[in-house]
Ligand binder design. Structure first.
Ligand SMILES: C[S@@+](CC[C@H](N)C(=O)[O-])C[C@H]1O[C@@H](n2cnc3c(N)ncnc32)[C@H](O)[C@@H]1O
Length: 308
């Protein structure tokens, strides 16, 4: 009874009901919600706190930013879903909120696209050196989508491409990256793809903010060559996998394109199968035969490890 009354009290206020409806449409910062609702920041923050305390919204930290999303805890979920479905779509205030929400999303999207445009040129140049991305994605899908599990983690998610490709077949998925800018692009991409089972987190691949054995599959797509200490990245990825879980690394086979170091800050000029086997063995991962996709100047390799 107490929990039910707390939930009902939390939503029994116009702004809080509007906030609930808004946060069911994606992840938003307080200042974005302030912009949409046209109310003062302290007021909006107070309402958000009450909704979080009632277990209706979740607060997610990304560096110094805080995002809010509709993710009711187990007890509040059935009622919260029902309440959401009862909010009249044709209500004038709800229609206005949605319109402003679309404006906020469009602003976000523009900022992300501008940043991406500045960097995309680099990626396009690197992409031209290796095999077609479609072929790589096909090979990734063949491995990760064969018997998908419940939870998927993409480490160094960048623009969230792996999430778009893999997450629909999992119950839930997380993407982690250290860069705000990349996460902004990923958020925009996931929004467009309407992928509601995905969450993004700012975090470090050396210290994943997740408990041991909490994922069924993880990927490191074109991330490891930026690592100072790839062995440590693999160790932490292996730590968060459940027994039987898959770690898929997609990166370059050894190459001699020294200029990639200077121009694009690559630390490592690819990895040999032997090196990866060694790291897998040290971290309780059983090595499966690798896939090599040779391109013009760079060979893309896929290395799969299964947690014992
Ligand atoms: C070349 S991008 C690849 C992005 C994505 N996996 C893809 O293939 O589209 C490398 C990503 O690794 C992220 N990254 C680099 N070092 C990291 C770290 N220590 N922790 C988390 N992410 C990191 C970068 O911010 C960047 O988004």
């Amino acid at each position: 009874m107490d929990e039910l009354i707390t939930t009902l009290k939390a939503v029994a206020e116009p702004t809080r009901l509007r906030l609930l409806a808004l946060c069911s449409q994606g992840e938003f910062t307080v200042s974005e919600l302030v912009q949409i609702l046209g109310q003062s920041q302290p007021r909006v923050s107070r309402h958000l706190k009450l909704l979080c305390d009632a277990g209706l919204l979740q607060k997610l930290r990304e560096g110094s930013w805080m995002f809010y999303r509709f993710q009711p805890d187990e007890n509040a979920a059935p009622l919260a879903d029902q309440l959401l479905s009862l909010i009249p779509e044709g209500d004038a205030m709800i229609i206005l909120d949605r319109k402003r929400l679309e404006e906020v999303k469009a602003e976000r999207s523009k900022a992300a696209t501008d940043y991406f445009r500045q960097n995309a040129l680099h990626w396009d140049k690197i992409r031209a050196l290796h095999v077609d991305a479609g072929e790589v994605e096909q090979a990734i899908g063949n491995i990760l989508l064969e018997k998908p599990g419940e939870k998927f983690l993409d480490i160094g998610t960048g623009t969230g491409r792996m999430l778009e490709l893999i997450a629909p077949q999992f119950q839930s998925a997380k993407g982690i990256d250290q860069s705000h800018e990349m996460l902004a692009i990923a958020r925009d991409n996931l929004d467009r793809a309407k992928l509601k089972n995905c969450q993004l987190r700012q975090g470090d691949m050396y210290q994943l903010p997740f408990p041991d054995q909490s994922y069924d599959a993880a990927s490191l797509h074109m991330v490891l060559h930026f690592a100072d200490e790839p062995a440590k990245v693999i160790a932490d990825a292996a730590r968060v996998l459940r027994p039987g879980g898959k770690l898929l690394i997609i990166d370059f086979a050894p190459h001699h394109l020294e200029e990639l170091r200077k121009k694009y800050h690559h630390r490592r000029l690819g990895f040999s199968d032997g090196e990866i086997v060694h790291w897998f063995q040290r971290n309780g991962l059983q090595f499966k035969s690798p896939v090599h996709l040779p391109g013009e100047q760079l060979t893309v390799a896929l290395w799969l490890g299964i947690k014992k």
